[in-house]
Every structure is written in C-alpha cells, then in structure tokens.
Ligand binder design. Sequence first.
Ligand SMILES: [Zn+2]
Length: 547
Amino acid sequence: MKAFALLALPLLLGSCKYAYKNREADLVVHNAQIFTMDGAGTKQTAMAIKDGRILELGPEFQILNRYRAKKTIDLGTKAVYPGFIDGHGHFLGYGLNKQKVNLAGAKSWGEVLRRVQAHAAAHPGTGWLLGRGWDQNLWPGREYPVNDSLNLFFPDRPVLLQRVDGHAAIVNQQALDRAGLDAAANIEGGLLAKQNGKLTGLLLDNAVSAFQKIFDDADEATKRQAVLDAQRDCLAAGLTMVCDAGLDAGTIDLLKRMQAEGTLQIRIYAMLADDSANFKAYAAGPFISERLVVRAVKCYADGALGSRGALLLQPYNDDPAAGHGLQLARREHFVQVARWCKENGFQMATHCIGDSANRLLLGVYGEVLGGTNDLRWRIEHAQCMDTADFHLFGKYNIIPSMQPTHATSDMGWAVDRLGPARLANAYALKRLMRQNGMIALGTDFPVEGIDPLMTFYAATVRKNAEGQPADGFQMADALSREEALRGMTVWNALATFTETDLGSLEVGKKADFTVVDRDLMGVSEDLLKRAAITATFIGGEQVWPLR
Ligand SMILES: [Zn+2]
C-alpha cells in the first residue's frame, strides 16, 4: 500500500493542472478577509492579480501554491472590499475649495468675517476673495447674513462666500457691481434677497449660478492643482471611483489630458453639466475610457432644504413666506434634456430635493422613458418624497442616488423646514432601495465629508459622528450592512454602467479594492465608528499610501 502511494504521487502531481507555482501574477494578496460582493456574497482569503485584473480568488494555500508573483502582500487578516465608489460628489469643486477660505464650522457671522479678513491679509491684491462652507444653522439666531460688513471691509475687492450646500451665497457690493446685478435684477429659478428695497448680497440657487463663470474660468494650473488635491484625499479615503455630478466639457478635456499623462489615477464618472455647449461637445455620444467615463447629464430641478430652495408641494413649515421653494428650470426644459439623453445614449441624473421636484422629474422621466427599461436614469438625493410617488422609481427603473450623511447632518433642523409628517417620508433609504432592489450611495462632497466609512455608518446606524441620536434617526429607513456595502460598491457600478469591470471582486474584473483595518460587516457599532482605511488599490496598483 505504502509503495503504491509513493509511486502514484508523481503521477498525480504531473497530471495536476496547477503544478506548484507554475502561474505568474503581478500581485498576490493573502491572509486577508476578502468580501468579494459577488452574487453569492463569497468570502475568500487570497487573490492573484495580473495586468490590473483578478486572475483568481481562493483559499490561502491554493493561491500561494499556484502563483509566482512579482509582489506578495500579507494583509495580516485585514478586510478587503471592492474599491469604494462615491455615487455623487463634486470632485473638482472639492479640490477648488481647498484654495478658498474654509468657512466650515464657523459658529457666527463674525467668525466668518474674521476668517475672510485673515485670508485677505495673507493673500493681498484685488482679485476675487472666495470662501465656502458657512452655515447659518450653526449661528445664534440662525439668520441669513447681510453684506454691510463685507462692503465696509472690502470696498474694492469682490467677495463671494458660498453656503455649505453651494445653493446659497453672500456677495459684497463690488461683486454685485461686477456681475451687473442691482435691485431690479430678476433671475429665473433664483433669488436676490432684499431689505428695504436694497440688495443684501444674499443669493439663492440660480442667482449663485450667475457667478459660475468665476469658477469655470479658473485657469488650468488652478484646476490641475484642484484635481490632484481632490485625488489625494479621495484615494486616502479608500475611494477608487467618484461620480462628479456636473462638469463642463473644458474641465473634462483637462481630465482627458491628465489621463493621457498618467497623472489621473482615480476613476471618474463625469456627468455633463446641463448646458448647451456641453451637449454640443458630446453630440457624438458617450466617452468611455480606462479612468474616465462621460455618459451622464446632470440637471438641477430645485435648490436645497437648508437654504429653503427645495421645491415642496406645500409651503415651508418654518417660513411660509419662502413659499414652495424654487424650481430651477421649466418642465419643458427637462423634457428637452431627457429627449436629448435618450437619443444620444446618455443617462439623465437630476438633483431633486423637495417632494414637488421629485414628482416633477419622475413625471418627466416616465413620459420620456415610457416604462420598463435599462437606461438607469437617476434621481440625485431623492430627499423628500410624497408617499404617492415612491412606486414611480420601480415603475420606470429609476435609480435613487442618495447620501446617508445628509440625513444625519440635516436631522437637527429638517423638522423645522418640513414638519414631522413630511420628515417621516424624507431620507427614506430603505423604501427607495426596495423599489428596484438597489440604491447608489455617495456623500455629495464637499457638502458633506468625503469619508465612505461615514456613509456606511450613517446608512446603517443612522447617527452622526457624535453618535447622536442615541436610538438612530428614523431607523425604519436604515440599510443593513450588506445593503450599505453594495450601495458603495456593486450598486454604484450598476449606476455607472461599469459593473462588468468594477463593483465586486471576481475573476476577470479590474483589481480595484480597499483595505480596511476591521471587518465592517461583523464588528460592534462602537468599533465600526473607529474603522480606518489601510490601503487603496486601483487596477492592481497600490495608490495609497504610496511607498
Ligand atoms: Zn451635488
């Protein structure tokens, strides 16, 4: 018996398809908890990668025995997930903000002014003073600012300070003069606040957009720096792809050049801003390449809830004078864009916060789509819904693209704007996810922070970074951990038509993955809050931290 076994052993080895280390790989990662997020939710411990794609996933011994790799990484039992994708952010805007005065967290208008003065002193000249991030909901009295002090401190220098959501801004007289705006100005879908017949400098929605040229016209060096700054932070946060919700064709050309030069590492799903020049530039159809995909159009139906620009079916609860909010374009315009998208092979994605804005666009989508389809059109935010409209997402296969941290950032004041009955149908992650069995998750950075781990936390435990409220916010609409992870990975791949290459760790797919210091699916809520990103890989290449 013994003799037979010894004789048979070489025969068995010889016939084995996988002789010891007879296959080549660029990279083997092992001793890991790999959550593949494939259909069956398979877990593995090792993975072999070549030419940026996954060759094989399997048990530790199998992968280590089969592959001779140029590089082998022992992950010390850390968790590996498909690369995190942010379904809705403002990548360029985030980068440009880094070059502006940071007004986030300012506790009063006085503090805003002090920060702007300090920045102006450090950057003297006559150019635009740009700031971003103030939020009057953090100030005593929660009143909007007026520009008296800005006019006094900066009589000759134009100042534009955007609110945290980007849907409101305060400008000084010099800025109004340069834009040719006075008390007689009337901007459709926008508002210029007045006191005693005089402009106060406060602008809402399309009145803020009247200054968009300042940002679009930023020179190439400024934008290039912004892309690199945003990319560095996103990679460190474990993101391997971001959807930029609204870029102009010129900026996308810069991204194409950066891809050709090899400086664009992160994958970008760029949505074209709703502008005729952009439609003209992409009349030939979508642009699909390795790190950059352009196949969506981003529209705005309304403003934001915090600045009372969201379009509601009933007036604002805390300020009936604000009426129903703002509709940023006419229905015919949205129908026209929808037709263009359908004819030219583009996905339509529309910002809808208020219940009325959601109803309006679901109606437009339904009219143009007609019924069941695989065009994957999206509603961005879908924040405040009327109960009668949830089913329309299912009826027309519309993807809800939502931001779990919006709920936990807004919960302190959203009830003032909406009242308790409407709030109960807002931030409804679970109910919207159930319509098509999927949801795309993101942060809307820089409106919120970029951290996908906060998205996961806010989606599942529905608490803010301080762990409030103790029982979680409207927990009936929380997602399970599995759903939240799918929303950050494979469902975001579906929402960007990239699922054949991205979103899960399967043989043949691109090796985009994020290493986390603990198992997000299994740890207690407390440990979950302290989770951290260990490394980020795109196409099998480690892009963070750089060694
Ligand atoms: Zn946005």
